[in-house]
Write a protein that binds this ligand. Structure first.
Ligand code: DGY
Length: 328
């Protein structure tokens, strides 16, 4: 008789190939849900399974872990960000949490670069004007945006995504400045010709574009505060592909409406799925619906990481993408 197959619950509909592979390896409860399940339903799944394959929006907070019972020992998150998971509460109950780093960094950086181009070059405004029949022919003074080449890009968080943004930005002639908890590997810093700013407040006044690429943690929540937004030059643009809560969204909206900031490109918002109405209505703000990792390739590779983490765990090894509380 073979060993008992691990019972795995999946909280959301995943790519078909991933679900098929999960089903071939484990005793799987799949989900047809396209949106997060209520916490009570997640608790019920946790109580009856060894592993929960969770994803963005699942409220896996301390209350969840307190109610989840003792059976579930792994939360394999489909996604890089784990701000919806109380990793410390999980660790305290002996639950390992894994994520899917790396595989989506290039696609997220492409989206950041698209927003870095789209906001200053008024891409969406131009498309809308054309669709509205407002194009009366080429004109010297119509639809003037701002040049990208030669400008300074400030990146908050020069991790995997931040570095992938920096290497693209270099090719567009932007100089790279960054703020991190600590400087990155000097070889990579040299390759990116990146300047480290130990204090974010010192970097803000000199950047033309600020790109947020750090994870959302208690330390980064509200990092781009009203006071820090006021330190940015009035001609600066803000781009965010990380998490909405890192920016004080109301302060950002006020600064843009009052022309204290030139505009923004935002893939993430504070109260997803509801965008801030002022930002949504602003012509100089490009908003996309949290789609930085939305490629077939990323989603399949994210699923592969989930599979690898669960399989390693099932085989008695430490899953490779463990989140260590305090080190994320
Ligand atoms: C993540 O992985 O955290 C992204 O925001 C969603 O793919």
């Amino acid at each position: 008789m073979g060993a008992r197959r691990l019972k795995v619950a999946v909280s959301r509909k995943l790519p078909d190939a991933i679900e098929a592979r999960l089903s071939s390896l484990f005793d799987v409860t799949l989900s047809e849900a396209g949106a997060p399940l209520p916490q009570a339903a997640l608790v019920d799944l946790a109580r009856e399974h060894d592993v929960l394959a969770a994803t963005l929006g699942d409220a896996l907070d301390a209350a969840f872990f307190a109610a989840a019972g003792d059976r579930m020992k792994l939360v394999a998150n489909f996604g890089a960000g784990v701000d919806h998971i109380d990793v410390a509460a999980a660790a305290a109950r002996g639950v390992t949490v894994t994520n899917t780093p790396s595989v989506l960094a290039e696609d997220a950086a492409d989206m950041a670069m698209a927003l870095i181009l789209a906001a200053p070059r008024r891409l969406v405004e131009g498309v809308k004007a054309l669709e509205a029949g407002e194009f009366a022919g080429w004109s010297p003074n119509w639809m003037l945006g701002r040049r990208i080449r030669g400008k300074k890009l400030g990146i908050v968080g020069l991790g995997r995504v931040g570095q992938a943004i920096a290497s693209r930005a270099q090719a567009f002639g932007l100089s790279i400045h960054y703020h991190n908890r600590s400087p990155i590997n000097p070889h990579i810093e040299e390759m990116l010709q990146a300047t480290f700013w130990p204090k974010l407040d010192d970097m803000l006044p000199l950047v033309d574009i600020l790109s947020i690429a750090c994870p959302s943690t208690p330390e980064t929540h509200g990092l781009l505060s009203k006071e820090r937004i006021a330190r940015l030059p009035a001609h600066a643009f803000v781009v965010n592909v990380a998490r909405g809560d890192i920016i004080d969204e109301d302060a950002l909206a006020a600064a843009i409406s009052e022309n204290r900031l030139a505009g923004a490109g935002l893939d993430v918002f504070t109260h997803e799925p509801t965008p801030n109405e002022t930002l949504l209505a602003a012509p100089n703000v490009v908003m996309t619906p949290h789609m930085a990792s939305s490629t077939v390739e990323s989603r399949n590779e994210m699923g592969e990481r989930v599979l690898i983490n669960i399989k390693m765990f099932a085989d008695g090894h430490k899953p490779p993408d463990r989140i260590i509380p305090g080190l994320d």
